[in-house]
Design a protein around this ligand. Sequence first.
Ligand SMILES: [Fe+2]
Ligand SMILES: [Fe+2]
Length: 165
Amino acid sequence: MDNKLLENLNKQLNKEMYSAYLYFAMSNYFININMEGFAKVVRQQAKEELDHARKIYNYLVARNEQITLMPIDAPDTNWINPTDAIKNALSHEQFITSLFNELFELARNTKDYATEVFLQWFIEEQVEEEDKFRTLLEKMDNIDNCDCEIMHIDRNLKIDKEYVE
Ligand SMILES: [Fe+2]
Ligand SMILES: [Fe+2]
């Protein structure tokens, strides 16, 4: 495998672990302000991020490539309200999408077709993740920060079967 591609895949493994950290931190934030529905959604997201890290790890093992584990950054947790936190989630996912696009381009340019195919799953997954947070944010933006409405959304998320921990 191309050196730069391998380096960036290892970095992406670290970024997926960081994403899990970010959503664990966010879950903690929502628990502390008694919003269990939002907490559930982002805790489930954390679990998915750990799966993404595992997918990349398994792929590098299967390719017999060197795995380099780096320290995981601590996320910034100074969200001022629920909308601010979910905005952070969306912008984080947009950033992650840009990283997968760069990885895909590098795989293509170095004619690493197996990696290109491997990355396709992540490219599709990013569309879903951005959509998930954008849809949630649109609901929250519409209500102009009325706390009672945010709590109503929280209650609905809590009973929403789509989000299981
Ligand atoms: Fe991810
Ligand atoms: Fe993600």
